[in-house]
Design a protein around this ligand. Structure first.
Ligand code: T1G
Length: 690
């Protein structure tokens, strides 16, 4: 055994030289790993006893990509291209031994090896697009040569992690070796390759698949068309496609040059900076400063859900999907039957539905009509009607019924959880688990820490969130918590803007062009304008009242803020325009022309300001948590980093100046948060608030 460097060693096993990397957490291609590979290759080539070479990693995974933390820093250590050239041009066969995830630069290194073997649980992918990038180490030229241009575009623009079995079928992997026996399997395979004198396959030289696509530009036109909606606003997907086009239309080296040029543009751009920020922000959110990772975790083997409606059903599915039995309680049999039927329908309708799997999951669901059925649950989540009196009644009962140590959670989207906890004798066990609709789909989970919530309960819920595939963000108790509170700031301005002369479709267009999937008025037409509206009590005092009284309740009635055709396509409504005009005039104001810029600033800057207030009040741990909430729960475009990142990106002095300008014109709703003023005064930004 030769220690090449701190993260690399070289061994000769039989007639195979084995380079072993061990650079936790994910063997990313740091300077140390690149040096290790370069010197490991040199050692293997110099070792007369080695007829072949295996590259294998210890720890949880094969190389999971370039080291993102090194981006933007000075280049240190061996260059990745030199490492790849040493591997590809090796006179001895080089075999990549893959476990965990071979991603990005990791797969690109493996693609310069002459052969690849993997354990069945491994996955491979080029997910750089998720970081606003493209594979910058030859992946855009080599992958299409193995899997074909279409599959390559699919993998690169979706950032998929493809299971090893499928990789074998596509020729991306040459052999699957026994699970848990990767090293032995790879060494045996390498020995065979050398002994049989198999060719040193260079992916760069296998041109059949790219040549077959030459002269078929429709491949790319169709792919762009089919994915236009998904790629809207993002730069990276189009750049990835252009690289695959280059792989098809140009010789390898020229294609590589196109890749390098486009990679350079992306990595120096704002979108990738925002998306890389989001990558680390998501991982940061899981870290709670005063709740150490090794804080005790309460075992959760049985979950209770109160309420079988849309939220209750979606919440239950998360646990059923994760293998945890759920008891769902409803007040009436028909409501329970409806809830269970909806869950089954959701499974049967899902794209990945497998009848056996659906039955297995449904087998984990038990319906009940009495809270006493929840006595032995480890966690109970209440998803009943959003009224404090009802919530308190339920929690008082749960306190009497549930076993000691059970976690009592509420799915409230903004009520005071301390008040709910006050009706129990175990406020330390009470916590908010705020799911987003549809709860079985939306990734975000706002975990709400109440005054007495214990660290064990918090750590248990943070870990459980990961187990059910959620991105958890810990927030404090305040009206609307983080997400809805900031939404309120935006909605308030959107409603005021249309009372000053902007049309709902103007506001929606500006926010849609900014990157939100939908504007607030189109959203409320989709949800229904009559949520919480009571006909008997309606007096035409608000625009919404008037619209609802006219039976313009949204898409479902064919009209709301917008008019809808038979295919539910929306178009601006002269009826709404007139109602708005009359309303404004009746209020004694004159409608005015409002610029797109003002619309955007008045909708976005108060969100940044509200975020600053939330940080002041310590209702969020760090600015990036607020961004994670908005990117994963409210459709904030990830290539704009989230409201706090965006505020820094625009420049806090500008945000403050605009808030002060609006405050002077329109009053205290725009009062700048003291934290915003202080950061500007200190020449600092949210990014400085670690
Ligand atoms: N660089 C640096 N750190 C990384 C990293 C990376 N590539 N990947 C993960 N980490 C850290 C992460 O921040 C966390 O740190 C810890 O590892 C565990 O991660 C030239 C330009 C591999 C599937 O996009 O998708 O190659 O918080 O919590 O859920 O073409 O991490 O513990 O301090 O996510 O088990 C392309 C990114 C890079 C893969 C594991 N590669 N990583 O998931 O753990 S660009 C990627 C992941 C590139 C080349 C280009 C996941 C994972 P900490 P984790 P996990």
């Amino acid at each position: 055994m030769t220690e090449i460097n701190a993260v690399t060693r070289y061994d000769l096993e039989g007639d195979v030289g084995v380079i072993t990397l061990n650079s936790p957490p994910v063997n990313a291609l740091s300077a140390g790993v690149r040096d290790g590979l370069a010197n490991g290759m040199a050692a293997a080539l110099a070792d007369a006893g080695a007829k072949a070479v295996v590259i294998v990693c210890e720890g949880r995974t094969f190389i999971a990509g370039a080291d993102i933390t090194e981006f933007g820093g000075a280049q240190k250590g061996a260059s990745l291209f030199d490492v790849q050239n040493a591997i590809e041009n090796s006179p001895k066969p080089v075999i990549a031994a893959i476990h965990g995830t071979a991603l990005g630069g990791g797969l690109e290194v493996a693609l310069t090896c002459h052969y690849r073997v993997a354990v069945p649980s491994a996955r491979c992918g080029l997910p750089e697009v998720n970081l606003g990038l493209l594979p910058g180490a030859g992946g855009t030229q080599r992958l299409p040569r193995i899997v074909g241009p279409e599959k390559a575009m699919e993998m690169m623009t979706a950032g998929t992690h493809v299971p090893a079995k499928e990789c074998l079928a596509m020729g991306l992997v040459d052999e699957l070796v026994e699970e848990g026996k990767l090293r032995e399997g790879a060494v045996a395979f390498a020995h065979k390759v050398a002994a049989e004198g198999r060719p040193l396959k260079k992916v760069r030289e296998s041109n059949e698949k790219v040549e077959a696509a030459r002269g078929h530009p429709e491949i790319f036109a169709n792919f762009r068309k089919a994915n236009a909606r998904r790629f809207r606003g993002f730069l990276a997907p189009e750049y990835n496609i252009q690289c695959v086009e280059a792989a098809v239309n140009l010789p390898f080296e020229e294609g590589l040059a196109v890749e390098r040029k486009l990679f350079g543009e992306l990595i120096s751009g704002a979108q990738s900076a925002a998306q890389r920020y989001a990558f680390f922000a998501e991982r940061q959110a899981a870290k709670i400063p005063d709740v150490p990772d090794d804080t005790a975790v309460i075992p959760v083997n049985k979950v209770g859900v109160i309420g079988g409606g849309t939220m209750g059903g979606g919440i239950a599915m998360n646990f059923m999907n994760a293998g945890i039995p759920v008891t769902m309680v409803e007040v009436k049999q028909d409501a329970l039957d409806r809830g269970i039927a909806t869950i089954r329908r959701n499974y049967e309708r899902s794209r990945t539905a497998v009848p056996a799997e659906t039955e297995a999951r449904m087998g984990r669901l038990t319906g009940a009509l009495d809270l006493s059925a929840l006595a032995d649950c480890d966690l109970v989540i209440e998803a009943v009607f959003e009224r404090m009196d009802i919530k308190k009644e339920v929690f008082a009962k749960l306190d009497a019924i549930c076993k000691p140590g059970a976690i009592l959670a509420t799915n409230t989207s903004g009520l005071n959880i301390d008040e709910i906890a006050s009706v129990t004798k175990r406020p330390e066990a009470v916590i908010g688990l705020h799911f987003f609709s549809p709860a079985n789909v939306m990734k975000l989970l706002e975990i709400v820490r109440a005054d007495h919530t214990s660290k064990e309960v918090i750590n248990t819920c943070m870990k459980l969130a990961r187990k059910i595939g959620k991105i958890a963000v810990l927030v404090g108790v305040c009206p609307g918590f983080v997400g809805n509170r900031i939404l309120g700031a935006r909605q308030r301005e959107a409603n005021k803007l249309i009372m000053e002369g902007a049309m709902p479709w103007d506001v929606d267009r500006v926010l849609y062009d900014f990157g939100f999937p939908m504007g607030p008025f189109a959203m409320s037409d989709l949800a229904g304008l009559d949520i919480g509206w009571v006909k008997e009590r309606s007096k035409g005092e608000t625009i919404r009242d008037v619209l609802c009284e006219m039976d313009r309740r949204g898409q479902k009635t064919g009209a709301g803020w917008y008019d809808y055709d038979e295919n539910r396509n929306a178009k601006p409504s002269p009826v709404t325009e007139k109602i708005l005009h009359d309303f404004i005039v009746r209020s004694g104001a004159n409608p005015r022309k409002i610029s797109d810029e003002e619309i955007l600033e008045r909708c976005i800057y108060p969100m940044v300001n509200e975020g600053a207030k939330i940080l002041e009040e310590k209702k969020a741990i760090r600015p990036s948590d607020i961004d994670v909430v908005w990117e994963n729960g409210y459709g904030w475009p990830v290539y704009r980093g989230g409201p706090m990142w965006y505020g820094d990106h625009v420049g806090l002095p500008k945000v403050l100046a605009k808030m002060q300008e609006f405050q002077a014109q329109m009053g205290d709703a725009f009062t700048p948060a003291p934290l915003l003023e202080k950061l500007v005064a200190d020449g600092k930004s949210f990014a400085d608030l670690k």
